[in-house]
Design a protein around this ligand. Structure first.
Ligand SMILES: Cc1cc2nc3c(=O)[nH]c(=O)nc-3n(C[C@H](O)[C@H](O)[C@H](O)COP(=O)(O)OP(=O)(O)OC[C@H]3O[C@@H](n4cnc5c(N)ncnc54)[C@H](O)[C@@H]3O)c2cc1C
Length: 502
């Protein structure tokens, strides 16, 4: 074991939406900060943009195996690099709605109340939107929450075909809205590497170690504080010491790290006296719908549109159904993939079309529905194996959203009826468990140490100098994409840490 001779004020493990944003917030304090990241810098290339590369060819997916509750191995869709999953995300940066912070009744159960409310997060949403350069427009979506300031940048214009679909959707009484996007320039997303880690590294007090995988935390003999983190670098074990430790490895890997750090004082894992670490794992239900259109589009445009008209229910269905956004042009699938997943299925259904023609005659839509927290959906670490026990729930709400959206699209193009095709990413009874893009909820925050892992500052109830700052703290997932809430929370916790570090 190599003992590092430095002593840090704070060690942050992980550089994604949570960790990368927190490092940015703390860098100007002058405190001695060590950042540990198991991946390295990704080369900047267009392929970061392709859904096909991400979902089919698994270009950026970690070469490791996890296990489902039947013990079947699978390859998770997750990314280890500086910036974490924000390096491959789509940059849709939405706020949760005010009601998402309250207890909400769904058809299959309860979406948990958050211990802090929208107004507690609002200033940090505003700060996160500035940091990540969110482009958006307020006023179109009736579910939109209150904002203290307008978006920092104007919205990206819709591609002409999307604009025309917007008009026709509006005529159905719906409220299409500009999707808030974190953008550096027109086509380039902002992420936790570019907006978080890189600027933080200009401060001499911040050190980043890449290819440095944290394997466990060590406490003092009484277990009241973490003394060191054990890290694998180049096949060697190293120990790094600090006053404060922040775990920000993503909801699944943060829970695994706490569980794998079990010792005599913490026999069930560090921070796990409540037996809640790893439980209440959520990832939202997702479906991709492809719409064939009578006229062609460029196939290379941004995703710019979302629809929340069914977010809280529709007609006589009084339960939340979810969120819809367009996927962006599909032509990049043809450029980058040998076998584009959505388009190749379409090609079989419509053999008269070539792939290029299909790509420019199609519009993709992503539909996502909240899944509900339950203790048996959980991360377990057994020896070196990682298990993800997950049984999807809230399926009818999601199915209703899919069918309702197909009806909307059919009415948009009545002359193309029968050409709307739905590919369920998450069909009932057949769980593609490897899709963990929106993972959250494995270390709930709350005020009761018996039922939550973290306190309201995201510090573990059990260990005074240990924090978890990523998607783990979510008590419920909502149906909007999670990254902006993770970033905003990192800024909020950062403020607390600045005060604590003095
Ligand atoms: C394809 C895709 C598209 C997405 N699109 C959107 C979107 O448009 N909008 C949105 O809001 N969300 C989107 N998401 C989700 C979003 O990327 C995540 O919610 C967010 O990145 C999670 O932040 P995090 O800090 O919890 O974890 P991550 O961003 O996953 O960061 C965790 C970090 O910890 C590192 N790490 C893990 N284990 C260790 C270890 N043992 N030692 C050291 N380092 C470690 C990882 O390498 C990584 O850098 C998308 C995700 C994917 C995969």
């Amino acid at each position: 074991m190599i003992i590092d001779d430095q002593y840090y004020n704070i060690i942050i493990i992980g550089t994604g939406a949570g960790g990368g944003t927190l490092v940015h917030k703390l860098a100007p304090t002058g405190k001695k900060i060590l950042v540990l990241e198991r991946g390295n810098f990704l080369p900047p290339e267009n392929k970061n943009l392709s859904d096909t590369e991400i979902f089919k060819r698994e270009r950026y997916h970690a070469p490791e195996q996890w296990y489902d509750n039947a013990g079947e191995p699978f390859h998770p869709q997750t990314n280890y690099s500086v910036g974490g999953n924000t390096k491959i995300y789509s940059g849709a940066l939405l706020r949760m709605r005010e009601r998402d912070f309250e207890e909400v009744k769904h058809q299959e159960g309860i979406s948990r109340e958050w211990p802090l409310k929208y107004q507690d997060f609002e200033p940090y949403y505003t700060e996160a939107e500035k940091l990540y350069r969110v482009h958006g427009k307020q006023g179109d979506d009736p579910t939109e929450p209150y904002r203290s300031e307008d978006y920092p940048h104007p919205p990206v214009s819709h591609e002409s075909q999307i604009l025309s679909i917007c008009d026709r959707i509006s005529k159905q009484g719906l409220h299409p809205a500009h999707l808030p996007l974190g953008l550096q320039e027109k086509e380039v997303k902002t992420d936790a590497e570019v907006k978080g880690i890189v600027p933080a590294l200009s401060y001499p007090n911040v050190t980043l170690k890449t290819d440095a995988k944290a394997v466990c935390l060590h406490t003092n003999p009484s277990g009241v504080e973490v003394k060191a983190v054990q890290v694998e670098i180049d096949g060697q074990s190293h120990l790094f010491f600090a006053d404060i430790f922040v775990v920000a490895c993503g909801a699944i890997k943060s829970a695994a790290l706490l569980l794998r750090s079990a010792n005599g004082s913490h026999p069930k894992g560090i921070g796990n006296s409540s037996d809640q670490v790893g439980r209440n794992f959520m990832k939202q239900q997702m479906t991709a719908v492809v719409q064939l259109t009578p006229t062609a589009n460029s196939g290379l445009f941004q995703r710019t549109l979302y629809i929340n008209d069914f977010y809280w229910g529709y007609g006589d269905y009084p339960y939340p159904m979810g969120h819809i956004q367009n996927s962006g042009g599909l032509f990049q699938d043809v450029i980058f993939a040998e076998s584009p997943p959505i388009l190749s299925i379409l090609a079989k259904l419509l053999p008269g079309f070539g792939l290029r023609q299909l790509a420019t005659r199609s519009i993709g839509w992503w539909l996502q529905t909240e899944d509900l927290p339950t203790p048996n959906n959980r991360v377990r670490a057994v020896g070196s194996k990682l298990y993800l026990d997950y049984t999807p729930n809230n399926a009818e709400a999601h199915d209703r959203l899919v069918y309702r959206w197909q009806d909307v699209l059919k009415a948009v193009d009545s002359n193309t009826s029968g050409t709307v095709f739905s590919r369920n990413i998450h069909p009932r009874g057949e769980v593609p468990i490897q899709v963990v893009a929106h993972q959250c909820g494995t270390c709930l925050f709350g005020s009761d140490p018996a039922t939550s892992v973290l306190d309201l500052n995201c510090r573990t109830h059990d260990v005074d100098n240990l924090y978890v700052v990523d998607g783990s703290f979510f008590p419920s997932s909502s149906a909007v994409s999670p990254a902006l809430t993770i970033m905003a929370n990192a800024l909020r916790v950062g403020e607390h840490l600045i005060e604590r570090l003095g």
